[in-house]
Design a protein. Structure first.
Ligand SMILES: [Fe+2]
Length: 387
């Protein structure tokens, strides 16, 4: 019998799911309670020393269910900042990481900042997008003191699927234990580990000024990539930016929750979806930035699926390829990286496979619900570029 012009071929593997079974959501399929070996973390292994910060080792509260988040009024302290930064930078050495995103700062102790210094920190970070503060004592503070500093910048977010230090659910941990070589499994299914996103954009009030600090890390590798989403917006033509004006995007927590469940992890709060403007305006600088990411954005409201996929994929590609508005932050002992999640995207890199421990803590104050101001031909914002 002659073959049909259109033949349905059923491949043996066609219904097999990838391990993560998380659809569009892409996250390293390692870590989590199934793989966690507390005794190895406390004792160390033949090759790797014990955890430097055992008080920050994760626990997963399977028993506790958290209620949905409620709206709150956010006040951005960057509005009160002296833009010459007399409190924050009086003893500082500042070096820009690139021409349009990122700075490295020596000579400032974040834990000693006055409120005026914290106001300036909010503005400075909104302008630089991401700042690596070196030689900090942040990780050595009692956890409640670190939280108190972060809490100045907004209400603490409790992550829906994270492990946390015992008694401190507000701390989001990034933890991969010693001798954990499951990154190799990840690369059996994926060609790279790039996962551009802004944090938890599915929340009604996603985070603004955000803190991530190193506790333990590999000798090389595990850097973090950051992209300036404001420059990504400004690079687009005026006609294109006009078309983006007013578009709204659905962001979803569902796939992240599924991924956590599939890996034996927690789902503390039922997953939510939110609708945010595709372009958001920063409440302090007035700068506009793209606010889409392939981890959590799902579709453009009112567009047909193909139209939505086409435009979102163009924007994801534009952001991912924009090495000329990206920076790569290297971690050192004592580093605290502060970034503004409203105007940046970032990606972890899983490029070390020797089983070295990587352990970081994130403090994630929530900010305002994203909003968009009317279209302007020139939105130079904090960076000072005009296209
Ligand atoms: Fe993140």
């Amino acid at each position: 019998m002659a073959p049909a012009l259109v033949d349905t071929v059923v491949h043996e593997q066609s219904t097999a799911n990838f391990k993560s079974q998380a659809g569009q959501y892409k996250e390293a399929a390692f870590g989590g309670p199934k793989l966690y070996k507390k005794e190895l973390e406390l004792r160390g292994t033949g090759e790797h020393a014990p955890a430097k910060y055992p008080n920050y080792l994760p626990v997963w509260d399977f028993e506790k269910k958290y209620p949905p988040l409620e709206s709150f009024e956010h006040y951005d302290h960057g509005k009160d900042a002296d833009a010459s930064f007399p409190n924050l930078l009086k003893d500082a050495k500042v070096a820009d990481l690139t021409a349009n995103i990122g700075a490295e700062v020596h000579g400032v102790q974040l834990s000693k900042l006055t409120d005026a210094g914290k106001d300036e920190l909010a503005l400075f970070v909104a302008q630089k997008k991401v700042v690596a503060f070196r030689n900090q004592d942040f990780a050595d503070l009692p956890i409640q003191d670190a939280l108190k500093i972060g809490g100045y910048f907004g209400r603490h977010h409790i992550h829906p699927t994270s492990g946390a230090p015992e008694g401190f659910p507000e701390v989001h941990l990034v933890h991969r234990g010693a001798d954990d070589t499951t990154a190799r499994d990840f690369f059996e299914e994926r060609t790279n580990s790039i996962t551009w996103h802004s944090d938890v954009t599915y929340e009604k009030q996603p985070p603004g000024t955000t803190f991530l600090y190193l506790l333990d890390g590999p000798a090389a590798g595990g850097d973090t990539l950051f992209a300036n989403q404001a420059v990504a917006y400004q690079r687009l033509s005026p006609e294109f930016r006009k078309r983006l004006q007013g578009l709204k995007v659905v962001h979803s927590a569902v796939e992240q929750a599924d991924n956590s469940r599939n890996r034996g992890g927690v789902v503390r709060r039922e997953p939510v979806t939110s609708i945010h403007p595709l372009v958001r305006t920063h409440p302090v600088t007035g700068e506009k930035a793209l606010y889409v990411n392939p981890q959590f954005s799902r579709r453009i409201v009112g567009f047909k699926k193909e139209e939505s996929d086409f435009l979102l994929n163009f924007l994801y590609d534009h952001i991912a390829k924009g090495q000329d508005f990206q920076a790569r932050v290297k971690w050192e002992a004592g580093t605290v990286v502060v970034w503004d999640n409203r105007v940046t995207a970032h990606s972890a890199l899983l490029d070390w496979q020797d089983g070295a421990r990587r352990h970081l803590a994130r403090i994630t104050p929530q900010a305002e619900a994203p909003f968009e101001t009317p279209y302007e031909e020139h939105n130079s914002g904090a960076v000072g570029f005009e296209y």
